[in-house]
Ligand binder design. Structure first.
Ligand code: DAH
Length: 338
């Protein structure tokens, strides 16, 4: 019986250590140590032993059982550790492996807008915003645009009620900023504007403007010209010539439109510039005393200049695009060029 026990022990030891996985190991445990297992079978034979032999055999059987259980636990730990290692190995993700994902990029309008902002921020301007849904007061009245002014034509303006509308220009942000801040100030206000225009190559009912306003003591037309020429040189290159043409805006006096030498023909005259050699690029002027007054500033003490430009127009000219609709259609063949 002793030999039977010893050989059982050896066999169990060997098979336990050879077990390749937890299931096999568990099966082996049941096979050797379970209720109907081999050890139990052997112990059944105890009754046939002489009484004086029993304690010795019983002790040996218990020792073997304990040893085997210990061996079983040890092997189980090893198998569990191996399982974890192989799982870690198979589930490993190398986040540094380059993928072939095509990265998106900024829309040409956003590129231009970012560039405009960067130029003016470099000149000490602060970027501010105003609401797209405006009151008649801020969009027109406070900008010295009286009730009968043609700019208020319902054909151009999207009215929501009598007094509320979608802003037709970013100029109302001038007034809102002056009401909030004391002079001196230098701000630009980028944003969407809305006009009841049909879509074509150069019109859209929704487009973008950047407004600019500088107010302080002794601000002159010379400051206006210096600032805007610097801007044009930054965005279109130092070779670009600029000129200021007298114009009319209700909220500036004097007012002007700024032209740049034609991008396509360098001033020779072509289809793009209608043979004038010049391209209109923005509106500007010295802030009208009435506008300063209505915003709570004293026109005797401070003066300022303002300007407003269409972002789409600048994008079209800078990138040589001949149809504004391309900027809104999100055709990837078009967008991927930028
Ligand atoms: N708000 C004008 C427009 O939409 C553009 C403009 C012209 C803005 C002259 C100005 C300015 O600030 O001084 O046509």
């Amino acid at each position: 019986m002793k030999e039977k026990l010893m050989s059982l022990k050896e066999k169990a030891y060997e098979t336990f250590s050879e077990a390749k996985d937890l299931d096999t190991l568990n099966d082996l445990k049941i096979m050797f140590l379970g209720k109907k297992g081999e050890l139990t079978q052997i112990l059944r034979g105890m009754s046939k032993l002489a009484p004086e032999e029993r304690p010795e055999i019983g002790k040996l059987a218990n020792e073997i059982k304990e040893e085997l259980e210990h061996k079983f636990l040890e092997k189980m730990q090893i198998l569990k550790r191996e399982l974890k290692q192989s799982k870690l190995k198979s589930e490993f993700i190398d986040v540094t492996i380059p993928t072939n994902v095509v990265l998106g990029h900024k829309h040409p309008l956003t590129l231009i807008l970012d560039e405009i902002k960067e130029i003016f921020v470099g000149l000490g301007y602060e970027v501010v915003e105003g609401p797209e849904i405006e009151t008649d007061y801020y969009n027109f009245e406070a900008l010295n645009t009286p009730k009968d002014h043609p700019a208020r034509d319902v054909q151009d303006t999207f009215y929501i009620t009598n007094d509320i509308l979608l802003r037709t220009q970013t100029s109302p942000v001038q007034v809102r900023t002056m009401e909030r801040q004391k002079p001196p100030l230098k701000i630009i206000a980028p944003g969407r504007v809305f006009r009841s225009d049909a879509v074509d190559a150069s019109h859209s009912p929704v487009f973008h403007q950047v407004e600019g306003l500088t107010v302080g003591t002794d601000i002159t037309m010379g400051d206006l010209k210096g600032t805007l020429i610097k801007f044009i040189h930054e965005i279109f290159g130092k070779d670009r010539k600029a000129r200021f043409r007298p114009h009319f805006f209700p909220f500036t006096e004097p007012s002007a439109e700024m032209d740049i030498s034609c991008i396509a023909c360098q001033g020779e005259g072509c289809r793009l510039c209608s043979n004038t050699g010049w391209l209109e690029i923005l509106g500007c002027g010295m802030v009208h005393p009435n506008v300063l007054k209505m915003a709570g500033y004293d026109p005797e003490k401070v003066s300022g200049f303002a300007f407003g430009m269409g972002v789409e127009r600048i994008a079209l000219l800078k990138y040589g695009i001949d149809d504004m609709r391309l900027l809104y259609e999100n055709n990837l063949h078009f967008l991927r060029q930028f």
